[in-house]
Design a binder for this molecule. Structure first.
Ligand SMILES: *Cc1c(COP(=O)(O)O)cnc(C)c1O
Length: 400
């Protein structure tokens, strides 16, 4: 998911527009900004690209989750369901609202297992967050159908899958809203940044106000200082330089996905020679953003052998069962309930009574999948020689 590989003249040109006016703030300064509103333009173009009515830019993908959850009314007393294979940000944002994260298994899609989702829905469930991990879709149609049946909103964490689609429709547009990250390693990068997209105009309005201290953004004689507010907010505003970079990166997104798909196809063909190998189930291969290539071996032992061989050839893969940032049993701080507060909140009540205890053995199905799954990142600038090196390493790994 490497937008940073393509940082070039287009990004510099957009940044120059901002430096030329000196207006770094996304609001106000109408006289000085010479018609340049980069964050606003980035929001409009991102929404149009995804085919939705509205996009709200914020400071990060984590902020996008927090802003979306808050606008959905999530808070203390609520539960939010997500999957046990995701980046820590997904559940950090849930805890940040005061709600409690509940974790589902993943299935062969390496994303939320709809059958387990059904089992985990309870009377306190107020939101469901499927994550389109490693660039490829969750079973989003099934998940939205279950959520609709229960009247629970779906928020798609699309941080890792910008440009991904199912049946031609963009990921992030199936649920009530979808969030994106533009951090340094994501497909579209603005250094730091995030976006929420939605067709729900009221939800968008709540997000737009919340991320700007509650400013209602209604034209009035007092200008920005005279604006009213409907509720308390916070500051998650994106700045103009980020908006500028985002515009240049967004224009490259479809090209990036096409390149990644081409590179991934070669890796997949080479890996097919490994005895007993199978591939991650793709809900819609044509819509895979192809940022990563995931393949499954027969068992953990073969997985280790194959990866040892790949490492010897300088092409080591990631086994996410060993990864401490993306996999439930490795989140020791979550499992132990560690926080900076004296009460132990959010794991404890303000009075000190425990609110939630996480069992490290909660997700056996996810463990049995991830302990035999290897993942290679698909880079944009893999030249013929590098692709050849990896393909040969895969061929050698097929013999161990
Ligand atoms: C990167 C990421 C986030 C958080 O994005 P930041 O912009 O780094 O805050 C959230 N969810 C997932 C799945 C991610 O990969």
């Amino acid at each position: 998911m490497p937008g940073f590989e393509l940082f070039g003249e287009e990004e510099k040109k957009e940044i120059q527009d901002v430096l030329h006016t000196g207006v770094l703030f996304r609001y106000e300064f109408a006289d000085q900004r010479q018609g340049i509103w980069k964050v606003k333009e980035f929001e409009e173009k991102f929404a149009a690209y995804c085919g939705v009515a509205k996009a709200q830019a914020v400071t990060s993908g984590t902020a996008a989750l927090k802003v979306a959850l808050t606008a959905l009314g999530i808070g203390p007393g609520d539960e939010v369901i997500t999957q046990g294979f995701t980046f820590v940000a997904t559940w950090e944002a849930i805890l940040e609202t005061g709600a409690i994260p509940v974790f589902t298994e993943i299935d062969a899609t390496l994303n939320m297992d709809p059958a387990d989702l059904r089992r985990k829905i309870g009377p306190k469930t107020r939101c469901i967050i499927p994550v389109h991990m490693l660039g490829a879709p969750a079973r989003i149609g099934e998940i939205v159908a279950i959520a609709d049946e229960m009247g629970i909103p779906v928020l798609e964490d699309t941080a890792q899958a910008a440009g991904g689609r199912v049946g031609g429709r963009h990921l992030g547009t199936f649920g009530r809203c979808g969030t994106f990250s533009f951090d340094a390693v994501k497909t579209v990068t603005t250094g730091e940044g995030g976006m929420v997209i939605t067709d729900d105009l009221e939800l968008w309005r709540a997000m737009a106000e919340y991320q700007d201290h509650g400013h209602d953004h209604q034209a009035n004689p007092g200008g920005r200082g005279g604006e009213g507010r409907r509720f308390i907010g916070f500051n998650y505003r994106m700045m103009e330089l980020q908006g500028a970079i985002g515009l240049a990166q967004l224009a490259k997104l479809d090209g990036m996905v096409a390149t990644q798909q081409r590179h991934k196809k070669l890796l997949k063909e080479a890996a097919a020679a490994i005895p007993g190998v199978s591939f991650r189930h793709l809900v819609d291969e044509a819509g895979d953003s192809a940022t990563f290539f995931a393949f499954l071996l027969s068992d953990a032992e073969q997985c280790r052998r194959v990866n040892d061989s790949l490492r010897r050839d300088g092409c080591g893969a990631t086994c996410f069962a060993e990864n401490s940032w993306h996999y439930y049993p490795r989140w020791e701080h979550l499992l132990a309930g560690k926080s900076l507060t004296s009460s132990g909140y959010p794991f404890n009540e303000p009075g000190g009574r425990r609110r939630v205890v996480y069992d490290p053995k909660l997700l056996p199905q996810s463990a049995s999948i991830l302990e035999r799954t290897l993942v290679l990142q698909v880079m944009l600038k893999m030249d013929v020689a590098r692709l050849d090196t990896i393909c040969q390493a895969l061929a050698r790994a097929a013999k161990v």
